[in-house]
Design a binder for this molecule. Structure first.
Ligand code: SAM
Length: 219
């Protein structure tokens, strides 16, 4: 099967089940004009995050890795009045574009962006915990650090999602010297060994190629 077909199926499903969304299109347009990498989740995965947040009745969401705020907007839209997404971003430039996108999407009151290395910001969030849903989508070599903090900032029932864990299949290669693959493999090892987590992982194909995510719930 070809990537062209994956893209067609994504477009078909998005058109049928999600529909036109000029505000999200505008966010992607602003990202591209500002030269941000197109590392946002695909539209159907953005909607999946939104559905997960609705399914667990999330009020407090933690996102690690904002980029231009595309996934942030999807998550914020799922929250009730008074709900918050706290999203961590290293790059001031990315955060600035994200602020604009989030305001323009009308969810500014539901989002707080914290600029800096996530590993420095996470310890400062202990008085905002527990979070109901945590989405890990930043620099993959630090995934083990992020999972450790996610567990500290969680409660029983918290949903933890880790993106980009398949990496074109490279995740199964124990000899890989790619720091991203090594980070993801350590992350998977930690989930395996963590009695507090009940987890699975799914491979995905589509407009973003071949990748996947882990999904876990804290027992
Ligand atoms: N979640 C976003 C979305 O789907 O729209 C995509 C996030 S992108 C895959 C990863 C982001 O993590 C980039 O914006 C990058 O600047 C940021 N990042 C990289 N290293 C980081 C760090 N140490 N702390 C916080 N953010 C970091």
């Amino acid at each position: 099967q070809s990537e062209e077909q994956w893209r067609e199926v994504d477009a078909y499903m998005a058109q049928k089940l999600i529909g036109a969304d000029p505000l999200l299109d505008a966010a992607l347009q602003r990202n591209s004009e500002a030269g941000l990498p197109a590392h946002d989740v695909a539209i159907n995965q953005g909607k999946l995050l939104n559905l997960f947040a609705q399914m667990c009745g999330a009020r407090m969401v933690l996102e690690i890795g904002t980029l231009g705020g595309y996934s942030t907007i999807w998550l914020a839209r799922a929250l009730p009045e008074g709900g918050k997404v706290i999203t961590l971003e290293y790059s001031e430039k990315h955060a600035e574009i994200a602020r604009r996108n989030i305001e323009a999407a009308g969810v500014g009151d539901k989002v707080e962006i914290i600029v800096g290395a996530a590993a420095d910001s996470l310890p400062k969030l202990q008085d905002r915990a527990p979070f109901d849903l945590i989405f890990i989508d930043a620099d993959k070599p630090n995934n083990p650090v992020y999972l450790e903090w996610a567990l500290k900032l969680a409660r029983k029932g918290t949903v933890i999602i880790g993106d980009n864990v398949v990496r074109n299949g490279a995740v199964t290669d124990p000899q890989s010297e790619d720091a991203n693959v090594i980070g993801v493999r350590r992350f998977i090892d930690m989930i395996e060994a963590e009695p507090r987590l009940d987890a699975t992982a799914l491979q995905t194909v589509g407009s973003k190629g071949w990748d996947g995510f882990t999904l876990a719930i804290v027992r």
